[in-house]
Ligand binder design. Structure first.
Ligand SMILES: [Zn+2]
Length: 320
């Protein structure tokens, strides 16, 4: 009984793959011939694959959904309690906008796990139960959607160079455009959260990542410190523990190609990572107020090295 079910599932799985590949080629054909919006096509393609996957799941009665139920913390940071009781011990604070794993609910409490580490209870009055699409690692570059967020923009200049000549917002945009060209050349769909000097709220940036079902979301930044030429190098940040391996792979690829010092991988509780249901990293690609770093990363040569490293890292990650 069980093995038969498995065999049925396997057949349906391969059917899904075959239909998926067919759909992908069709959309690629349409994009080439009709010049339609690549981003819309990629999302449509994913939707159709998801429908196929769900259809096959229904036929096998063994429920296997591509959505997951999670709890999202509301507008304010709230305590995680050890018991469903506001008088119990506070284990930690959960940050606003954060997605946490849902276990069950009782009365006004959700029983949750925060970032794979802390188990406890949050008030359901200050958080919300949601179904989200579970990210599935793509199997080919042609099937990969990358959302790039050039950090800052518009009124928000980001960090400045020591001579105030360069703004972080301009270099993040230039870098994003080089990455876009590089990834599109190998068939990825690339969406920029801004492609000109405009301001976008952090909420909107997160929505861009989620709505476009990003397989990879990269927020691009150039760092700064209180003192000139105090720090140098690049850092790769992730927030959710499940993306630690992705951060490691991308960081290694950057370290391999970039001439700047590698400061390694760190956990960063940034809104664009935390309020994001897609695989997300924030990359600090050098220091604006370090003269050596600046002279290096303002060049297109460096930005191309970053683009090549991301392509290398993505390729390695989807093949692993
Ligand atoms: Zn920044």
């Amino acid at each position: 009984m069980r093995s038969k079910k498995r065999r049925t599932k396997r057949v349906l799985f391969f059917l899904t793959i075959i239909l998926g590949v067919g759909t992908a080629s069709y959309f690629k054909f349409r994009t080439t011939i009709l010049g339609t919006n690549a981003a819309d096509e990629a999302v449509a393609e994913k939707e159709s694959q998801k429908t196929l996957a769900i259809a096959s799941t229904n036929e096998t009665s063994e429920a296997e959904s591509l959505t997951t139920t999670v709890v999202q913390i509301g507008e304010e940071d709230i305590p995680l309690y050890s018991q469903p009781d506001a008088d119990s011990t506070e284990i930690t604070t959960v940050t606003r906008g954060e997605y946490v794993e849902f276990i069950d609910e009782s009365y006004d409490w959700y029983h949750v796990v925060v970032n794979g580490e802390y188990e406890g209870y949050v008030s359901s009055l200050y958080s919300e139960l949601l179904d989200i699409d579970e990210p599935v690692t793509p199997t080919s570059l042609e099937n990969t959607v990358v959302v790039l967020n050039p950090g800052h923009g518009g009124d928000d200049t980001g960090a400045l160079s020591n001579d105030y000549y360069y703004y972080e917002k301009d270099i993040t945009l230039a870098t994003a455009q080089v990455i876009q060209e590089t990834l599109e050349a190998v068939g990825c769909t690339v969406i920029l959260t801004r492609d000109s000097d405009t301001t976008e709220s952090l909420d909107e940036i997160c929505e861009d990542s989620i709505d476009n079902q990003a397989d990879f979301f990269f927020s691009l930044h150039y760092d700064s410190t209180d003192y000139m030429n105090d720090a140098s190098g690049m850092t790769t940040y992730y927030y959710y523990e499940k993306y630690a391996a992705l951060a490691e792979t991308i960081n290694q690829a950057l370290a391999y190609t970039s001439p700047l010092e590698n400061r390694g991988v760190e956990v960063g509780n940034f809104q664009v990572l935390r309020q994001n249901t897609r695989p997300a990293l924030l990359l600090e690609l050098g220091y604006m107020n370090n003269d050596y770093d600046l002279a290096t990363f303002v060049t297109e040569y460096y930005q191309q090295q970053v683009a090549d490293a991301l392509l290398e890292g993505i390729t390695e990650y989807i093949q692993s």
